[in-house]
Design a protein around this ligand. Structure first.
Ligand code: HEM
Ligand code: HEM
Ligand SMILES: [Fe+2]
Length: 485
């Protein structure tokens, strides 16, 4: 039995900051699960925490924690890889550190206000200091401004570092373009108007265009870096794939936005536009699966980091199934007319966010974990990571499955058969196909929680325990600044 251990390369300040990003991301992941479990339990027993922490507060915390931790995790990935890509320290790292602690303090205050103040009068002060009330981005306006500032400094870090290194790669060009869009779109969710159609119209610019366009492209960038690190894949090949994927993501996702404009009071042409373009949205996701399998297969899955490699493959399939298949299922207006707003949407939301983004952050966190020990084990491996991954994935499949069944029951019994009457609503909610799923999603929530505990345990101890037992055919460079082309 042979083993390889290389000495630890010195970390850049930017990579040290990335560690704090990952720590906070994982902590908020835990918070997301706790609030999800409470919300799921309240659907079974509505008396639980009655008048103390209502369902809507827990639900808000559940989805807000998710948006923030996934964004933090992906930004951490950029801070991790940027000095490797440019071969130098990130420019403006002090500003990055300061705004980071402002954000951490801000998130803590927002969580406390959500929990203890909860709601306010219908006045502007509520929007500024308590919450804005737009699902997923409820944060009060002062926090919105802090978030925009944060993304602006992040963008400055990236652009200034690229300029200082005097070399731009295809991956960096895509990253800069994407970050400008990501930051600018967030401001669309800060617009207040009493016209609900207008409000929803702009709010979707953030939600849909983030998760189905700018976040997907960010994932493309991060995965390209991850594959170079994990497999030593060729830059030329990766950049070619990236360009194809970006073109497909933007080509289908931008007008695909129309699948949220079917029933909110927008003109009728959105039925055709939204239906057609969003039906094409799974295409880039197929390209991503082919890409990941092609790259991993070319190296016979041999990698410097087994857990990260596992999550790369899980991401490709999870993204395709959760976003592509579960999204496609309800995207044609003829179907969406019946399924809109049922728990099929929640099934898709869970499977897509987990498949596309939780998996991505897992890849990044395991890559960072490998570089935090004194020696770098090649390959990084443990039994625990596979148990953690298995439980997390089993948990999300169970939760997604339970929501699918209840959503199907609503679509069929409440909408299609009963014609959305009050009696039909009651018939669906009391039907065993619906009622039983409440227990199932709670049960699988605990499975997921167990997976989370194992994940934390693994991250804290991996690389410290028994060294890995074999070398890899393709050892990747682990020195900072190493480029693989
Ligand atoms: C990673 C990518 C994606 C994520 C994270 C995601 C997430 C979500 C979430 C959370 C919702 C519920 C929004 C709400 O609260 O109202 C939603 C709705 C929806 N998504 Fe996605 N989605 C993704 C990709 C896709 C794709 C590729 C398609 C189509 C092929 C799609 C089709 C839809 C449709 C039609 C709805 C509206 C469902 C309804 O009418 O109730 N999504 N998505
Ligand atoms: C312990 C595990 C979890 C439990 C028990 C849980 C439970 C729930 C519950 C009860 C809701 C409210 C559904 C409703 O409004 O009727 C919800 C919403 C949501 N959860 Fe989770 N969840 C868990 C984990 C996750 C994870 C890991 C993600 C994604 C990474 C996620 C993403 C979402 C999203 C996007 C929504 C809003 C869905 C929509 O409006 O369509 N949840 N969850
Ligand atoms: Fe969408």
């Amino acid at each position: 039995m042979t083993q390889t251990a290389q000495t630890h390369p010195k970390l850049y300040e930017s990579q040290k900051l990335a560690r704090w990003y990952f720590l906070v991301a994982i902590t908020l992941f835990g918070a997301q699960l706790i609030f999800g479990l409470i919300a799921a339990y309240q659907q079974i027993n509505p008396d639980f925490l009655f008048e103390l922490a209502p369902f809507m507060t827990n639900r808000t915390l559940h989805v807000n924690a998710m948006v923030i931790w996934l964004l933090v995790g992906m930004m951490g990935g950029v801070y991790w890889f940027l000095p490797r890509e440019t071969g130098r320290e990130v420019v403006g790292i002090t500003a990055a550190k300061i705004i980071w602690w402002v954000i951490v303090a801000g998130v803590t205050v927002v969580i406390l206000v959500y929990l203890f103040v909860q709601i306010g009068p219908a006045e502007m002060t509520t929007i500024w200091f308590i919450m804005e009330g737009r699902e997923y981005i409820e944060a009060p306006r002062w926090a919105d401004i802090a978030i925009v500032l944060w993304v602006a400094i992040f963008l400055f870090n990236v652009i200034a570092t690229v300029l200082a290194s005097r070399r731009i790669t295809g991956i960096l060009a895509v990253l800069i373009f994407d970050l400008v869009a990501l930051g600018a779109l967030y401001t669309a969710g800060m617009h207040f108007t009493v016209n609900i159609t207008m409000d929803q119209f702009l709010w979707w610019w953030v939600i849909h265009l983030w998760v189905e366009a700018t976040w997907e492209v960010l994932v493309g960038v991060l995965m390209a870096w991850a594959l170079m690190y994990l497999l030593g894949s060729s830059r030329k090949l990766l950049e070619t794939w990236l360009f194809i994927e970006v073109a497909l993501v933007f080509g289908t996702g931008i007008i695909g936005l129309g699948h949220h404009y079917f029933w909110i009071g927008t003109p009728e042409y959105w039925l055709g536009l939204g239906g057609f373009f969003s039906a094409l949205e799974p295409l880039p996701l197929v390209a991503m699966v082919v890409h990941a399998v092609y790259d991993a297969g070319g190296h016979r899955l041999g990698s410097v980091n087994k857990p990260a490699m596992f999550w790369v493959i899980a991401q490709a399939f999870g993204n395709f199934i959760g976003a592509g298949v579960w999204g496609f299922m309800q995207t044609l207006p003829q179907i969406n007319m019946y399924s809109h707003g049922t728990q099929l949407a929640a099934a898709h939301g869970h499977l897509a966010f987990f498949g596309a983004y939780v998996s991505t952050v897992m890849v990044l966190v395991y890559i960072a974990a490998q570089n935090l020990r004194k020696t770098i084990r090649i390959p990084l491996d443990s039994k625990l990571w596979s148990w953690a991954a298995g439980m997390l994935i089993l948990g999300i499949i169970g939760i997604g499955g339970a929501f699918t069944l209840s959503g199907f029951t609503q679509t069929l019994i409440e909408r299609a058969e009963g014609g959305s009457t009050w009696a039909a609503y009651i018939a669906a909610y009391t039907h065993p196909w619906y009622a039983n799923t409440l227990g199932w999603r709670y049960f699988f929530g605990w499975v997921m929680m167990l997976g989370f505990v194992l994940l934390v345990w693994d991250l804290v101890t991996i690389g410290r325990r028994a060294p890995a037992s074999q070398t890899v055919a393709q050892p990747a460079t682990v020195s900072p600044g190493g480029s693989h082309d």
